[in-house]
Write a protein that binds this ligand. Structure first.
Ligand code: NCD
Ligand code: ZN
Length: 352
């Protein structure tokens, strides 16, 4: 067996990213645009992106930031709408016709960063919106965790499947659904076996690390994201899903920038910053199990197939060449700490 030393694949896409707004947007958009052709951009701004009009305006702000910081980039942001108890069928149709919106995000109220305006009871309040999405073919992108405080934090994804996902999909069987940032063996089993049009994104941190990373030698805020890292058996199930050839699993970094001070405080924000080195991290995870041959399907093909979009025509090339993750990034006035800062990865992008 010869050791693979370079890997050229169609340019990948990121099917779940947080680009934020204002100065953070300007700081981070170039990183995502350097590696990915397209990205599904999360709508959890303050205030959230709840209307087609807001999505169109945010789309333009992203393009403006891109032209300012990465002129000439061909990167295409794919926008999402933030589902609320009050989202109307008309708003869904406007979003679908806007030409920039590719999905609608379900945040259970209180589940994560900027989710206070999220949905309190999706089956009770969102029927008309879900019906319209089903008709328009607009996918529902799901943060799949219950918020019931009596449910252990580590069990919230598995409980969500039984309490919400299964009844919801029974009621709307033709609705396209993405189970975002899947983190458990139960989630993998559900997405692998469920009937109908379902996919799931998987982050690099959930492929590479388990929950020990959050507590190694002390409390490590930069390894804290939501859904939180789980036990090793869950990581192994995710690696098997991502590298096992099923078309239902695809790349979604969930890169979620928070400035250093907001992570390193007594109530630190959830989110790992991976946009800088996403493909290097994924290559590390696939290489660790000898499945680099599956990276192309996971990163470049399965996502477009799910969303009904073409695979990107240009390519990127990774090389087995050490990449040292910077300790921190000074981006304009902002300081961000990338995930696994100071560590070395075996793969680098040599042509993007
Ligand atoms: C995300 C954020 O910061 O916006 N944080 C995270 O830990 N992933 C929100 C989210 O996707 O849950
Ligand atoms: Zn996210």
């Amino acid at each position: 067996m010869t050791l693979t030393t370079t890997l050229t694949i169609p340019r990948p896409d990121d099917w779940h990213v947080h680009l934020r707004d204002g100065s953070i947007l300007e700081a981070v958009v170039g990183h995502t645009a350097a590696q990915f052709g397209r990205a599904i951009v999360m709508p959890n701004l303050t205030p959230p992106v709840t209307t087609a009009e807001q999505a169109v305006a945010y789309h333009q702000r992203i393009l403006n930031a891109l032209h300012k910081t990465a002129p000439g980039s061909q990167f295409k942001p794919l926008m999402t709408l933030y589902l609320t108890n009050n989202t109307t069928a008309e708003e869904i149709r406007r979003a679908s016709e806007s030409g920039v919106v590719y999905g609608v995000k379900l945040y259970p109220a209180g589940a994560t960063t900027n989710s206070d305006a999220g949905v309190t009871d999706v089956l009770r309040y969102c029927g008309a919106a879900l019906e319209a999405m089903q008709e328009c073919g607009l996918p529902l992108l799901v943060h799949g965790e219950v918020t019931d405080p009596s449910v252990d934090l580590f069990d919230r994804e598995a409980v969500f499947i039984d309490r919400i996902m299964i009844p919801l999909r029974k009621q709307f069987p033709a609705l396209k659904v993405v189970f975002e940032h899947l983190t458990t063996a139960e989630g993998v089993a559900y997405v692998s076996e469920a009937e109908g049009d379902i996919g799931a994104t998987i982050t690099p941190q959930h492929l590479l690390y388990n929950r020990n990373a959050i507590f190694s030698g002390g409390l490590r805020p930069h390894w804290y994201c939501l859904p939180v890292l789980k036990r090793e058996k869950h990581r192994l199930a995710l690696v098997e899903a991502a590298t096992g050839g099923s078309k239902r699993f695809f790349l979604g970094t969930d890169s979620a920038p928070h400035v250093k001070g907001r992570k390193e405080q007594d109530c630190g924000c959830a989110g790992c910053y991976t946009a800088l080195h996403a493909m290097e991290l994924y290559a590390e995870a696939f290489d660790a199990v000898g499945r680099l041959d599956q990276l192309q399907a996971f990163a470049s093909e399965n996502g477009p197939a799910f969303y009904g979009l073409p695979v990107n025509q240009d390519t990127i090339t990774l090389q087995r060449q050490e990449f040292e993750i910077p300790d921190q990034l000074q981006l304009g006035d902002e300081v961000l700490v990338p995930l696994a800062n100071g560590r070395k990865l075996a793969w680098s992008i040599v042509k993007a």
